[in-house]
Design a binder for this molecule. Structure first.
Ligand code: B12
Length: 215
């Protein structure tokens, strides 16, 4: 059993040695995909602690950078266990990117990894992407799903402008729009005009699979 409370606290405290010890210990023992997902959730919650400490002035930008690399390394280790066991056929195409003005990508990349494990084709257009970049990618790749990632408050308006750009390009109805990142909620989803939102990549992939099944 993985100690998720210890993992969360260790990420929050930026204690790299302890984070590695908990994850390596888990990987060396009896392990399951379900536990790996719990470990990931604990890491994500640990990042919320980092965010709070940044807000109250205990941590600085350098600490955010360190937290980012700490989490990226943990995700790399847990990745092989996070599969969905997708079938032989391709599940669908997703155009994915972080919206304009926002450079956070750890969560986006995690969602991408999980989508690929579930057999989706993912066109990752990168970070800080303007509305027209999403519209161009949607025009080119004709995805069933368009994923917008954002963690900054300012990303909300970028997301809304992206949806507007897709509408103007006549591409809004051909794809479901899924927003994600620590800022999203039901109200923001409605304001933006997206189809759904999630702060959990695993749950998001499950929804993407459901959507594809409904087509
Ligand atoms: C690490 C980090 C950074 C790193 C990012 C490293 C990287 N390569 O991504 C660096 C140092 C670059 C950074 C910079 C900044 N950051 Co920062 N950062 C964080 C921190 C601590 C963790 C983010 C993270 O990686 N979380 C872990 C991942 C796994 O979680 P996640 O992103 O939420 O993703 C999950 C889900 O949301 C979902 N998901 C993600 N994307 C998508 C997309 C779709 C379509 C779907 C369906 C799901 C989905 O799946 C993931 C897994 O479940 C957060 C704190 C927080 N509360 O999130 C602050 C935070 C986001 N940062 C913040 C700030 C203020 C900044 C800076 C402005 C700081 C500065 N003064 O320079 C800059 C902004 C630069 C910019 N223009 O974007 C604030 C934002 C406040 C706000 N509301 O606007 C936060 C909330 C910290 C805080 N509490 O103050 N940051």
């Amino acid at each position: 059993m993985i100690d998720t409370e210890l993992l969360k606290a260790s990420v929050g405290a930026l204690q790299e040695d302890r984070v590695n010890a908990v994850i390596d210990g888990f990987l060396a023992g009896e392990k399951s995909g379900e536990e790996a997902r719990l470990a990931l959730t604990a890491c994500q919650e640990g990042m919320y602690i980092v965010g709070e400490r940044f807000e109250n002035g205990t941590y600085f930008v350098g600490d955010l950078v360190f937290a980012g690399s700490l989490l990226a390394a943990a995700v790399e280790k847990l990745k092989p266990l996070l599969g969905f066991g997708g079938g032989a056929c391709q599940a669908g195409t997703v155009v994915l990117g972080t919206v304009e003005g926002d450079i956070h990508f750890i969560g986006k990349n995690l969602f991408k990894t999980m989508l690929e494990a579930a057999n989706f084709r993912v066109i990752d257009i990168g970070i800080d992407q303007p509305p027209r970049a999403f519209a161009e990618a949607a025009e080119k790749y004709r995805p069933e799903i368009i994923g917008l990632s954002g963690l900054l408050t300012t990303a909300v308006d970028s997301m809304r402008e992206t949806v507007e750009a897709l509408k103007e390009a006549g591409l809004r109805k051909s794809a479901k729009i899924f927003i994600g990142g620590s800022i999203v909620n039901e109200g923001i989803c409605a304001y933006i005009g997206a189809d759904d939102y999630s702060r959990n990549a695993y749950e998001a992939v499950r929804k993407c699979r459901e959507w594809m099944g409904q087509r």
